[in-house]
Design a binder for this molecule. Structure first.
Ligand code: GLU
Length: 425
């Protein structure tokens, strides 16, 4: 860990800056389609609040390290800001801003009453002990405390964070408030007011979106999943449970392939035990790049941004791409995929299952009431399929890609909220 002082004029085009450029490009297209005026477009292109904090962390050996943390509230016009908290060494203010913007459109698209936010800490959680991670999380929360709250901004898990992290967020906030505030964060453990179905919610949403986009029986449909973490591993499991043949998956340790279909449950157990999919005995090794180029029906990118680019898009043979990750496809790649007839179910639709069940968790917290897993599953399916149908029909009606249609709906709803509220003062 080292001190990283963010510059307002970064010398390098970071992956985060590329993600923000992609998000701004998508917004521009939607704003042009909707005929939004320049002032409103600029409002939507800039976050309402953006906080950078330096987080001091006491290491086990007594040293003091300082890492950069961020919380960006992109928009709050439809309700409290909502979005995950990411711990990743590559995160920066640009990436967090892009991710916050995507949260805004995602919440509007699926019709839940939230704005969009994201948090990030530029740190590799695997390089910290549990106690260091706890101290880091608590100090980061105390630094961003003025921004968050159940009616203001509600964090949730994202890359590198989990329900334990959310428990620390909830506790730090509650200790400062003087009473338990479960609604300040979602993706909590069940015992602290978490919701049934939240752990697998993003993956369940990916499965629902993929099956809806397939429009035929999933029996024997071949799938490759890039990223075998919280989202990818369970998406692979649920698609396999539905009858698909998951032939390849990858994670940071490597990629594995089996033409006859992987035993996903065994692979998950293997990865949990060994720390990754590499070396799984019932499969062949594959390179990370080759996974993208497999002749499969469905490709699910479920890791980080910017992995489908102009460089590899021409070689993608999947008929359908379902984005479990946020921002995995660059605008240049989008054009190539569209020209090749590949259907892309965009991130703000395909991975909305997570924030949908986060919303259900928050509603339960605010009412001090709990729903059954059946009720959660039904509501999740309903919201996902409604949004899917709206996007599909708008795309067909206006000759747009599903990403363009999803953005036109999401951006349009936020723009409408702004116009109805008017400008203060
Ligand atoms: N981090 C997830 C996402 O990108 C979930 C956010 C949430 O539940 O608030 O959608």
């Amino acid at each position: 860990m080292s001190i990283m002082v963010p510059s307002t004029t970064p010398a390098l085009i970071t992956p985060g800056r590329q993600a923000l450029d992609s998000a701004l490009h998508q917004l521009d297209q939607a704003a042009a389609h909707l005929g939004l005026d320049d002032g409103l477009r600029t409002m939507l292109a800039t976050p309402r609040r953006s906080l950078t904090v330096s987080v001091p962390v006491r290491r086990e050996d007594g040293r003091l390290d300082v890492v950069q943390g961020y919380r960006v509230q992109h928009n709050v016009s439809r309700g409290p800001a909502k979005g995950g908290l990411r711990f990743h060494p590559g995160t920066d203010i640009h990436e967090v801003t892009a991710l916050a913007m995507w949260m805004t459109w995602k919440c509007a698209l699926v019709g839940i009453p939230y704005g969009g936010a994201k948090g990030g800490v530029a740190v590799d959680p695997a390089g910290l002990t549990t106690r260091e991670l706890e101290r880091l999380t608590r100090r980061y929360v105390s630094e961003i405390m003025p921004l968050i709250g159940p009616e203001k901004d509600i964090p949730a898990p994202d890359v590198g964070t989990d329900e334990q992290t959310m428990a620390w967020v909830m506790d730090t906030y509650s200790v400062s408030a003087g009473y338990s505030v479960p609604g300040v964060v979602t993706g909590k453990p069940m015992t602290l007011g978490g919701s049934l179905g939240r752990t697998g919610a993003t993956s369940r949403g990916v499965q629902i979106a993929a099956l809806a986009a397939l429009g035929r029986s999933p029996e024997g449909v071949t799938v490759a999943v890039q990223g075998f973490g919280k989202v990818g591993a369970l998406a692979a499991q649920y698609l396999s449970d539905a009858g698909c043949k998951v032939v390849a998956v990858s994670d940071v340790t490597g990629a594995v392939y089996r033409a006859a279909g992987l035993d996903v449950a065994r692979l998950r157990a293997y990865a949990a035990e060994t720390g990754g999919v590499r070396g799984f005995h019932q499969a062949d090794a594959l390179s990370h790049e080759d996974l993208f180029e497999l002749d499969v029906d469905v490709l699910v990118p479920a890791a980080l941004e910017g992995v489908i680019t102009e460089a590899n898009a021409p070689r993608i043979r999947a008929r359908l791409v379902v984005e479990g990750a946020n921002g995995p496809t660059t605008p240049g790649a989008d054009e190539i995929l569209a020209a090749n007839g590949t259907l892309v179910v965009p991130d703000i639709l395909a991975n909305a299952g997570g924030v949908i069940v986060s919303y259900l968790e928050w509603v339960q917290n605010m009412q001090a009431y709990a729903w059954s897993s059946g009720e959660i599953e039904l509501k999740l399916r309903d919201l996902m399929l409604n949004a899917f149908t709206e996007v599909k029909s708008l795309a067909a009606e206006r000759g747009l890609t599903m990403r363009q249609a999803a953005h036109v709906i999401g951006v349009g709803r936020v723009a409408e909220a702004h116009q109805m509220r008017g400008l203060y003062p």
